[in-house]
Every structure is written in structure tokens, then in C-alpha cells.
Write a protein that binds this ligand. Structure first.
Ligand code: CTP
Ligand code: ZN
Length: 149
């Protein structure tokens, strides 16, 4: 019922079941900023039977790759990624928590080898809700969108 308020899209990706307040972080992970050329719609605080309130992000004519899906899982563990093709949902994927994140995040420790001797690709291990730099052990404490490389 609540979906009636939000325009369906013709082609692209709908990230649904985002926790309330996380839509903008999902957009950051998808690289959507003021310079984007993508057609993007964002719904926040939408009533949801399962979640009370939820956010939804729709990006037209875009697919989401596995690295992006891994980052979405960290922000929105219950997110559903829907592929829309000619107005139909043709694929629906749950996101799953990755074991590690390679390359897309920067370590906040300035003396970490990933910041001092390039090119060393960053690797963060995901364990027990902690995201830890494999090289220096630094744990990311604030939102991961703050650490996008
Ligand atoms: N959607 C869209 N444009 C379309 C088709 C679907 O924006 N042309 C959106 C819907 O609004 C919804 C999501 O894609 O947010 C998934 O659509 P659908 O599977 O039809 O909805 P539900 O069955 O409610 O999904 P779920 O079972 O995952 O909650
Ligand atoms: Zn580090």
C-alpha cells in the first residue's frame, strides 16, 4: 500500500528494506553524489509491516556489483536488492555479510602500511560486527560510509 506513494521504475535497481536513516549511506556506497548522472529516487521513513519504518533507494539503469552489495550488507543487513527490467522485478537478492572487504575502504590509521606504501590494497576483516584492518588492526568505529576510499 505504502509503495503507491513511490514511483515504480522501468529499469534499474531498487534497494529495499533499508533501516530508517541509512538511505543516504547506501547512496554513498553506490557512489551517488551531486555529480551523479543517474536518475535516483530516495524514500525515507516509509511505513513497513516488517520494519516499522524503512528507507528505499532506486537507481535507474544501474546494476549493483558484488562489492557494492557487500557494503550495503554492512549498512543494511536486511536489505533486498531488486533488479527491475521493463517494470518487472526480475531478480531479488538478499545481501549477505562479507568475510572481508578489499580495496574500497581506506584505513583511518595514517601509519598503516596501506597509507604509507602504495600500492597496498586495503583489506578489512569482518568479524563479530567488527570491521578490522588486516594490516594494522584498527577497528572502524564510525559509519563505513565515512571510510570509503
Ligand atoms: N519496484 C519499483 N519499480 C518496479 C517494480 C518494483 O520501484 N517497476 C519496487 C517496489 O516498490 C518495491 C521493490 O521494488 O520497493 C520490490 O518490488 P516487489 O518485489 O514487487 O515488492 P514486494 O513483493 O513488496 O517485495 P518484498 O517481498 O521483497 O518485500
Ligand atoms: Zn590499517
Amino acid at each position: 500500500m505504502e509503495e503507491l506513494k513511490i514511483q515504480p521504475i522501468r529499469n534499474g535497481t531498487v534497494v529495499d528494506h533499508i533501516p530508517q536513516g541509512q538511505a543516504l549511506n547506501v547512496l554513498r556506497v553506490l557512489g551517488v553524489d551531486s555529480a551523479t548522472r543517474d536518475v535516483v529516487s530516495v524514500a525515507m521513513n516509509v511505513p513497513s509491516d516488517e520494519m516499522g519504518r524503512k528507507d528505499i533507494v532506486k537507481v535507474e539503469d544501474r546494476r549493483i556489483d558484488s562489492k557494492e552489495a557487500d557494503l550495503i550488507a554492512l549498512i543494511a543487513p536486511d536489505a533486498t536488492v531488486n533488479v527491475v527490467d521493463d517494470y518487472d522485478v526480475t531478480e531479488k537478492h538478499d545481501v549477505s555479510m562479507p568475510d572481508e572487504i578489499r580495496g574500497v575502504l581506506a584505513c583511518p590509521n595514517p601509519s598503516c602500511i596501506t597509507n604509507t606504501r602504495e600500492p597496498v590494497e586495503t583489506v578489512f576483516d569482518v568479524r563479530d560486527d567488527e570491521i578490522r584492518c588486516e594490516y594494522c588492526g584498527t577497528v572502524l568505529t564510525d559509519e563505513i560510509a565515512e571510510h570509503l576510499a
